[in-house]
Design a protein around this ligand. Structure first.
Ligand code: HXC
Ligand code: NAP
Length: 284
């Protein structure tokens, strides 16, 4: 689907790029010629992923960084510029999340998630944005989720933080367009990863089954599908897309939103009966 050189020589930072969806998107970017910095807190994890991705032939650098710490983020971006020469694209993918009744959350539980997702995204955007503004060119792609606008019980810190990231996306799309920076977002529905599933769908609670039943396409997303979308959006082929959030969820959030969508559960026989009654009434 993509030209093999679509992202040739683009320098891309992927936060949380050692695991899950970040790794899958980074892998696709590398296939298409990009140089990468992948960053997260666990050095051994990003080192392992970098080693794997380097086999594709392009530069992959692993830099340990806790995105909650602005000094570490500045250092990570400086190192990126030193080693790759510049930053063309920032993928804000790192996140923290868990399910919990809100009444059980401590102040630190709420703060921890907001610090990673919202403040961490801000620190990375600010640091990479400085380089992009100087270059008069850049793309910031933020990973949110559909409950950024619907909200969701049991993941309140994440919902608040992702809503903030969505607001940041739309705000900077306008404010930083003058510097040649596009700011965009993707809202994925459920895509199985170890990080998300271990925290959000622990076995024995039937959560996975309930999630699937809520998706009109009746399946979870595949990493390749998300990687395709992210690749298009960060590429120059999407050069007029700015401030948009693209949902990739098999129709999940709309299924929950449409007033009468639950009528899907009504058996065909009941519809037939209703139709017969309507026709009978019309004849009278
Ligand atoms: C209630 C919890 C909790 C839980 C942690 N805490 N887990 N409270 N229920 N399940 C509380 C702790 O008690 C502590 O508060 C505070 O949160 C910080 O916890 P730590 O373990 O000290 O924090 P830390 O080591 O920094 O780890 C951060 C983390 C962890 C967010 C808690 O889960 C993590 O590292 N996550 C990174 C990866 C991740 O979450 N991936 C999934 C993304 S999926 P106290 O008061 O005790 O100090 C995603 C999908 C969205 O976002 C959409 C799906 C459709
Ligand atoms: P994941 O594998 O757990 O990815 C999260 C990554 O963030 C990890 O690599 C983690 O690495 C990194 N991270 C966490 N805290 C960090 C910090 N303080 N500093 C730097 N890095 C940090 O989960 P995933 O499912 O792939 O999620 C990726 C993104 O997709 C997230 O933004 C998530 O909200 C979003 N999303 C996922 C789904 C889904 O169904 N999977 C759905 C919608 C949205 P370290 O632990 O090494 O730091």
């Amino acid at each position: 689907m993509f030209d093999k050189k679509l992202l040739n020589k683009k320098n891309i930072i992927v936060t949380g790029g050692g695991t899950g969806l970040g790794k899958s998107m980074a892998s696709r970017f590398s296939d298409l010629g990009a140089n990468l910095v992948i960053t997260s807190r666990r050095k051994s994890v990003i080192d392992e992923t970098a080693k794997e991705l380097r086999k594709k032939g392009n530069k992959v650098i692993a830099i340990e960084c806790d995105i909650r710490e602005p000094d570490q983020v500045d250092e990570m971006v400086s190192q990126t510029v030193k080693e790759l020469g510049s930053v063309d694209i920032l993928l804000n993918n790192a996140a923290g999340n868990f399910i919990s009744p809100t009444e059980n959350l401590s102040p630190n539980a709420f703060k921890t998630v907001v610090d990673i997702v919202l403040n961490g995204t801000f620190h990375c955007t600010q640091a990479a944005g400085k380089v992009m503004r100087k270059n008069k060119s850049g793309v910031v792609l933020n990973i949110v989720t559909s409950y950024a606008w619907t909200g969701s019980g049991y993941v309140v810190p994440s919902a608040c933080a992702k809503a903030g990231v969505l607001a940041m996306t739309r705000s900077l799309a306008v404010e930083w367009a003058k510097y040649g920076i596009r700011t965009i977002a993707i809202a994925p529905g459920p895509f199985p990863t170890k990080g998300a599933w271990s925290r959000l769908a622990p076995p024995g609670m039937g959560i996975e089954k309930k999630m699937k039943a809520q998706i009109p396409l009746r399946r979870f997303g595949e990493h390749e599908e998300l990687a395709n979308l992210a690749t298009f959006l960060v590429s120059d082929q999407a050069s007029y897309i700015n401030g948009e959030v693209v949902t990739i969820d098999g129709g999940e959030w709309l299924q929950g939103a449409g007033e009468f969508n639950q009528l899907e559960k009504i058996p065909k026989a009941a519809w037939k009966l209703l139709e017969m009654k309507r026709k009978k009434k019309k004849k009278k």
